[in-house]
Ligand binder design. Sequence first.
Ligand code: ADP
Ligand code: MG
Length: 388
Amino acid sequence: NSKNGDLPILPGATLGVLGGGQLGRMFAHAAQRMGYFTAVLDPDTDSPAGRVSHHHIHTDYDDVDGLARLAGLADAVTTEFENVPAPSLEHLAVARPVSPGASAIAIAQDRIAEKAHFTRCGVPCAPYAVIETAAQLAAVEDSLLPGILKTARLGYDGKGQQRVKTRAELVDAWQATGCVPCVLEKMLPLEFECSVILARSRDGQIVHFPPQRNLHRDGILAVTEVHPQNMPKTVAQGAVNSAKSIANGLGYVGVLCVEFFALADGSLVVNEMAPRPHNSGHYTMEACDVSQFELQVRTLAGLPLAAPRQHSPAIMLNLLGDLWFTAEGGDKPVSPRWSDVLALPGVHLHLYGKIDPRRGRKMGHLTLTGATLEAVRATASQAALLLG
Ligand code: ADP
Ligand code: MG
């Protein structure tokens, strides 16, 4: 039921995005560089993407009037975060091309539906149980403990997750969620984590970036490293093939990130997917000849995709609000030492224009590039030292 008649949508047209966070901001930058106008819908009057867009509609995501204004301004609409109500996307899709589609977003919003989709595509995930009722809670097998209880909806950056060792802890943890639908996942010994970002066009063509190796701290992505030698070839190939199956199974259109756990025995299990560009793909802006955000523009506009080529090894360091709180500053945020960091070679600073730093809040990131992986690693450790 979506309107795809007038593709490709050429530069000079207006591209819309639901969500005004940093991903929307970097989408807007990529679209504008290619000659598009941009429109953002986000309830926050001060959103990172709204600040850099030609149009900013500040209403809720399910506001019929706001959606109508977006459809009036934009020739096609995408989204930058997965908790946009799927009915809003369906509503927009009657008037304009929308990608990714509402059904793919609805699956990515719900860990239960997401895991069922992975299984349907033949891609294994960590052993898990669905917990929606007290009876399902009681029936959980001992083999899933110790485990992680995750709310089915609205989790991100480790929020909505509780680690449980015993059945008693599991019962308490489920009650602490308010007995909302959850999944209990077996805690796996991770060798490392990686992710694959791909773009799929309306006619089913897929291009992808090389798999990234990711380090999380407290459930939040901290470091991404990308270099052909950063994981065994079989693991990298397995991750790419699985991500393609998952995208094909959804009939997906747009940029998709699939996160994986690599286990000690060389096997790979899928963790979750994000129906949008991803934090682990920010390095593509400087280290690849096409970025994940440009591919989002191309898939949305119906332009040809180009297989990306990474031309430099890269490390991405996330800049969380914690960096603004130093011993000297106390409770008052102090800007990190950007001049010192920027004196290092191959440093690319991205700040998202968020005014108030808070602990755990993603304020920006650094991408480090260089001639060799060793050089990039050396710069990364120096940058980390300077940032404290
Ligand atoms: P979020 O939606 O918050 O990103 P994830 O399900 O990706 O949630 O979990 C966040 C992080 O927690 C993962 O990147 C991983 O480091 C850790 N984690 C999650 N599930 C497991 C698991 N089953 N076994 C071991 N570690 C896990
Ligand atoms: Mg995750």
